[in-house]
Design a protein around this ligand. Structure first.
Ligand code: ARG
Length: 468
């Protein structure tokens, strides 16, 4: 049995089972720095407003610094009796500085306190993830530039479709990561408002200034409505959603890297530091890293759905269900930070097997569409007729055991006499790729243009709207 520390109303001691269910200290400890930072700002504001004395503020500020040092040096002993990080810090503060410590909780509640701490955590990690995303975009863009002439079969339905280049493929992912980055930045800006001072749900009769705490903590302004502020967790759902979307992108790329490193493809080689062996089959080199990145996408999706489910039926304002908001976010954040670091390393080290990719381009009649386009453009045929004639050319190539790009002019004219000189050159795969010069297309010139555009964009990212 342990003492009920957070209640003046509950006379009996809490059951051990209640504690096991109720306590969040085992996992919310990691919010200690946010908790202390928030408390310092709150105490500063209380003193500025004359609600506590300057001496009390100084004692609280000093005491909180000591608590932080104790936690960071490992000296701090987290007490079993402490329900959460907020109670643990406040209790230790009062042990260190005495009665002044008891004044800290004036004009606040754990409801706005936890809303603040958690939001600070989410905001900080939103920035960390965004920073890593920019590093990845740089890596992808550099790699794309190097590989803007390396051809591979572009696919739909995992079937060979049209020739593209590897730089183009990488730029597709770089573009996804750009939007991911923008999602994190826009969430950061939308949520950059201060919850502290909302107290339990209704505000406080003390003459506080939420502007002072907001400024001190680098927020844009205090939130508008306190009832909303202590009740909602959409800022947490946003980071979870942003991470899920990011991981979905990483997972799709991982799936491709896994396929491409299989013997059936061998289009790429992952560096040895991103592959592992088998305990029984000595010849094996397994793509564990992309497999894990793909696999970890499952847990981040679980975390998102889990918090949506927790929140969906809660009446305003705070309900203890909301304590379930943290572990999933901590887990998703950790997963995203690690995944992005690994991804960056893996892509920098990636080796491309140009010959294998080129050989694959000779399968699947990748330039067939170019014949149809030629018949439309040069012979004025309706596309459907051109499509039909091209089908016959593909059949002829199949009969001869060739790719459509290997047919001679005579072969092609045996199908339709409207096919004239110059077609053979058009059906060359590289010519086919470079013919796709429309905006955003795969022609090497267009890919290099995309590279330049994204490089310029990266250089323009200077941080987000904050007061810090
Ligand atoms: N540990 C709680 C949480 O994580 C802190 C807020 C508790 N507030 C309350 N009124 N019981 O949500």
């Amino acid at each position: 049995m342990s003492k009920n520390i957070a209640s003046a109303r509950i006379a009996t001691q809490s059951s051990e089972l209640l504690k096991a269910l109720n306590d969040s200290l085992p996992f919310d400890k990691i919010l200690y720095a946010e908790d202390i930072r928030g408390s310092k700002a709150h105490a500063y504001m209380l003193a500025e407003q004359g609600i506590i004395s300057q001496e009390d503020f100084e004692a609280i500020d000093r005491g909180l610094s000591q608590v932080q040092e104790e936690i960071e040096s490992g000296e701090f002993s987290f007490d079993d009796g402490d329900e959460d990080i907020h109670m643990a810090v406040e209790k230790r503060l009062t042990q260190i500085i005495g009665d002044s410590g008891k004044r800290l909780h004036t004009a606040r509640s754990r409801n706005d306190q936890v809303a603040l701490d958690f939001r600070l955590f989410v905001q900080k990690n939103t920035q960390e993830i965004a920073k890593l995303l920019l590093e990845n975009i740089n890596t992808f863009v550099d790699k794309a530039q190097e590989n803007a002439h390396i051809m591979l079969p572009g696919m739909t339905h995992l079937q060979h479709a049209q020739p593209i280049n590897f730089g183009y493929h990488l730029m597709a992912y770089a573009s996804m990561f750009k939007r991911d980055y923008e999602r994190f930045v826009s969430s950061f800006e939308r949520n950059n408002y201060s919850p502290i001072g909302c107290a339990a749900l209704a505000g406080t009769p003390h003459p506080i200034s939420r502007q002072i705490t907001s400024d001190k903590l680098g927020f844009i302004a205090p939130t508008l409505n306190c009832l909303d502020t202590v009740s909602d967790r959409d800022f947490a759902l946003e980071i979870l959603f942003n991470i899920s979307t990011l991981m979905m992108h990483i997972s799709r790329l991982s799936e491709e890297l896994i396929l491409w490193s299989a013997s059936e493809f061998r289009w790429i080689t992952l560096s040895d530091r991103h592959a592992t062996g088998s305990s029984i089959m000595p010849q094996k080199k397994n793509p564990d890293i992309p497999e894990l990145l793909r696999g970890k996408t499952g847990r981040v999706n679980g975390n998102l759905i889990s918090l949506f489910t927790v929140m969906k039926g809660l009446p305003l304002a705070y309900n203890k269900d909301m304590q379930e908001d943290k572990e999933g976010v901590f887990d998703s954040v950790k997963t995203a930070l690690l995944s992005l670091q690994v991804l960056n390393e893996m892509i920098s080290d990636l080796k491309v097997n140009e010959a294998k990719m080129a050989a694959a381009c000779m399968e699947g009649h990748l330039s067939a569409t170019d014949l149809a386009d030629y018949l439309v453009k040069e012979a004025g045929l309706p596309f459907r007729d051109a499509y039909h004639i091209t089908g016959n050319a593909v059949n002829l190539a199949e009969e001869k055991g060739l790719d459509i790009s290997q047919l001679t002019l005579e072969d092609l004219q045996s199908i339709d006499t409207r096919i004239q000189e110059g077609v053979v050159a058009l059906l060359d795969n590289r010519a086919s790729m470079n013919a796709r010069e429309s905006e955003g297309g795969t022609a090497t010139t267009r890919v290099l243009e995309q590279v330049e555009t994204l490089k310029l964009w990266v250089s323009q990212q200077k941080g987000y709207r904050t007061k810090q």
